[in-house]
Design a binder for this molecule. Structure first.
Ligand code: NDP
Length: 294
């Protein structure tokens, strides 16, 4: 059996460390990091995420500002709110919960958030900085996945990695982060030929596809490290539902050296990294070195 990578425990430690940094920021610098979250509409999954983000932000000692807007809110009004938050010195991070209602253009909204407050790391400036090795803001899920990998394996240099999925929010930034760690990276997608064979060559497999339990145990090289980003709700035989990843945990955990479970793997890292990004930006905006807050 493989080592189960405990993202829940890792993220709890990360959040505890951030809470300490927040205390120092308050006591020594009179700064309370502030995170604003904007939710447009009533999407049930988004409501759960926003509640959870607000709760964890407050638990870390930070200020949480929630803006819940009606489904019919115009793009103009949303942009006006973003502009207000961009200019609010108490707000160090702004997150617009996706997806947005159909009448609002996501690209316009994402790029309206000031790049230095874009704690999701989706703004074109931050995408560019990540691709060119600069110091921007890194998207939360790939950042959390990389933290787990480095904690498990130490130096990733020279490892062969495959990222399955090429979305802007997970696959592509994951590719950039693994390259930054000097991995040799393959990025796979729906047109990839012989995906199983590609997978079998990898020391690191990151699955971000959105297809329940697609990656099977016999796709995994013995001893490889598997990061399962997928979150899929499936129906069980008795009619109840459960969460599964994009990796078939049962068979993969018999072959892998280490593997993240779903739930309790990458999922909890995402919010912890959001808080990390907000504290990091509170530091950067005020010219403080985050690592010095110890
Ligand atoms: P997208 O739907 O945006 O992207 C899916 C990617 O998978 C696409 O690049 C697509 O290829 C590729 N793909 C689809 N089918 C196949 C296939 N048969 N073989 C190989 N590749 C395939 O998804 P996201 O990146 O947003 O999310 C991926 C998963 O991660 C989902 O389960 C999502 O719920 C989860 N997720 C989890 C988060 C967390 O906090 N843990 C955060 C974000 C997402 P193509 O480009 O060719 O269409």
């Amino acid at each position: 059996m493989s080592t189960i990578i405990d993202g829940k425990a890792f993220s709890a430690n990360l959040r505890a460390d951030l809470a300490k940094k927040v205390t120092i920021l308050k006591d020594k610098h009179n700064i309370t990091p502030g995170l604003a979250v904007i939710l447009v509409g009533e999407d049930p999954a988004s409501q759960v995420y926003v509640r959870s983000k607000g709760k964890q932000t407050a638990e870390a000692g930070m200020n949480s500002y929630e803006h819940k807007l009606d489904e019919s809110t115009s793009q103009e009004d949303l942009l006006a709110l973003i502009d207000k938050l961009n200019n609010d010195a108490d707000v160090h991070g702004i997150l617009v919960q996706l997806p947005l209602p159909k009448h609002i253009d996501e690209f316009t909204v994402i790029n309206a958030v000031a790049a230095h407050k874009d704690v999701d790391g989706f703004h074109l400036s931050n995408v560019g900085l990540l691709s060119t090795g600069g110091e921007g803001i890194v998207p939360c899920t790939p950042l959390g996945s990389t933290m787990l990998l480095k904690d498990q394996l130490g130096n990733l240099s020279g490892k062969k990695a495959i990222v399955i999925g090429r979305s802007n929010i997970v696959g592509k930034p994951m590719l950039a982060l693994l390259l930054k760690e000097s991995c040799t990276v393959t990025i796979a997608h729906s047109r990839t030929q012989n995906l199983e064979d590609e997978c079998r060559q990898a020391d690191i497999v990151v699955a971000a596809v959105g297809i329940p339990e697609m990656v099977k145990g016999d796709w995994i090289k013995p001893g490889a490290t598997v990061i399962d980003v997928g979150i899929n709700r499936i129906e069980k035989e008795d009619g109840s539902t459960k969460l599964v990843g994009d990796v078939d945990f049962g068979t993969a955990s018999e072959v892998a050296g280490a593997i993240t479970p779903v739930p309790g793997g990458v999922g909890p890292m995402t919010i912890a990294c959001l808080l990390h990004n907000a504290v990091q930006q509170a530091c950067r905006i005020n010219g403080i070195e985050m690592d010095d807050l110890a």
